[in-house]
Design a binder for this molecule. Structure first.
Ligand SMILES: Cc1cc2nc3c(=O)[nH]c(=O)nc-3n(C[C@H](O)[C@H](O)[C@H](O)COP(=O)(O)OP(=O)(O)OC[C@H]3O[C@@H](n4cnc5c(N)ncnc54)[C@H](O)[C@@H]3O)c2cc1C
Length: 400
């Protein structure tokens, strides 16, 4: 493909990775991010399977490894903080519930951006207000008032992508998983250690505490509930909702709820997936969660975003026509995405049973998970097939 002028929207994981691979081919790439400035921190995500291969091919594995959260495993605890089941990071060859490469989302995004910033133009605090594809170019008007035409526009805006909704309209299908999850940061205390602790509460709720590498602790609270618009409440309303839902829950929950007031980064999401019958329309395409979010439950979002960026850039490089490139990208990625999205709707109920009996049974099953015989069987549920794609070796991506 001849040198192209490409706009990428969204500077998290998929956007900066795509921009780096495109710029490596001499394409002129601009990334526009709606957040006013780079957002640090975020929650722990994992890089696994083919996603790790992409990181290796980017030459980033060592620096990512140096910036992981160094979690040693996951402990399922009772209200007295006694461990009822434990899985070490190597229980499933480094690809289990806690993968070998666990890193804060903001840390990964920062490394990806830094890696490409000498060749990619990053612009924060702006987003697309209107766009028009005339078949030859995409004409974009930004919120800032700037206007520009591009050969291609790639949306990497995450699960809630407004531009995707504008371009694809009714084609955007959301699959709710009837689960709300809240994330925020709280001060670290000695009991937080180096292990993720998962505490189940009757009623299909759980509280998890995860160590990070920045001297703080990351809290995750989830409860099962059909989509109810809670993600649109104000921050204070969300904090009240969480206090009410988790009142009297025991364990370290009072400490976690007390930290809500000062948490700078409370984020409540309705967990779900994005399913699209196509990932491109004319000169506009989707990458990462914007096109095929599999949900945090799948543990595959980052790997899908990284692989999608790599394959899309490689196909754009080897086809003269963007239509062929988009078709090849979809043909290669679609089976990988489909299996990652095969999370059963009842998965949240398995992870957070409703009764004390169910919680006890769950712990018993988890205790057996690493025993010979059960390991292979349960491994299929506990660790996704993160390497279920043959990543092509693109000659065009070898250029510097
Ligand atoms: C709490 C949490 C835990 C997770 N755990 C895991 C895990 O264990 N393993 C895993 O693989 N994945 C996990 N994921 C998912 C993972 O973070 C994403 O799937 C992955 O980062 C893909 O990122 P993305 O770049 O496609 O989208 P996102 O990371 O959602 O980024 C989208 C970016 O676009 C920006 N944006 C939005 N709208 C616009 C706009 N209109 N214009 C410009 N910019 C815009 C946003 O500000 C954001 O920076 C988790 C996600 C969350 C929220």
């Amino acid at each position: 493909m001849k040198s192209q002028k490409i706009l990428v929207t969204g500077a998290s994981v998929a956007g900066p990775a795509l921009a780096w691979w495109l710029s490596r081919q001499g394409m002129e790439v601009t990334v526009v991010e709606k957040a006013a400035e780079f957002r640090d921190g975020g929650q722990t995500i994992d890089v696994r399977g083919a996603g790790r291969v992409v990181i290796q091919r980017m030459g980033l594995e060592n620096i990512i490894r140096a910036n992981t959260t160094h979690e040693e495993g996951i402990a399922f605890v009772d209200q007295d903080d006694r461990t009822k089941a434990f899985m070490g990071v190597n229980a499933f060859g480094g690809e289990g519930p806690i993968a070998e490469l666990e890193i804060l989302r903001g840390e990964l995004a920062k490394l990806l951006i830094l890696h490409g910033q000498d060749r990619v133009a990053y612009r924060f605090g702006d987003s697309i207000e209107a766009l028009h594809d005339d078949g030859e170019q995409v004409h974009v008007r930004f919120e800032s008032g700037a206007e520009q035409a591009y050969d291609l526009v790639i949306l990497a805006e995450g699960i809630g992508s407004a531009t995707r909704n504008r371009v694809f309209g009714d084609e955007v299908q959301r699959r709710p998983l009837d689960l709300y999850t809240a994330y925020f940061t709280l001060p670290r205390q000695p009991s937080d250690g180096q292990v993720m602790r998962w505490y189940n509460i009757p009623g299909g709720r759980c509280v998890c505490l995860r160590p990070d590498n920045l001297g703080t602790t990351r809290a995750l609270l989830s409860f099962q509930q059909v989509p109810s618009g809670y993600e649109k409440l104000t921050r204070d309303e969300q904090a009240s909702l969480l206090r009410q839902r988790f009142a009297g829950a025991g364990w370290e929950t009072p400490r976690v709820l007390a930290a809500l007031d000062d948490a700078p980064d409370l984020y409540l999401e309705a967990v779900g997936q994005v399913r699209m019958s196509r990932w491109s329309k004319g000169r506009i395409a989707l990458v990462g969660d914007a096109g095929y979010c599999a949900s945090p439950i799948s543990g595959m979002g980052t790997s899908l975003g990284l692989c999608g960026a790599y394959v899309l850039a490689g196909e754009l490089g080897r086809h003269a026509d963007h239509t062929q490139a988009f078709a090849a990208y979809e043909a290669l990625m679609r089976p990988y995405v489909t299996q990652a999205q095969g999370v059963p709707r009842f998965a949240p109920r398995l992870a957070s049973p409703h009764s004390r009996l169910g919680i006890g049974l769950g712990h018993a099953v988890l205790r057996m998970a690493t025993a010979p015989g059960f390991k292979r069987l349960l491994g299929r549920f506990l660790s996704p097939k993160a390497d279920a794609i043959d990543l092509p070796d693109y000659d065009v991506l070898q250029r510097t």
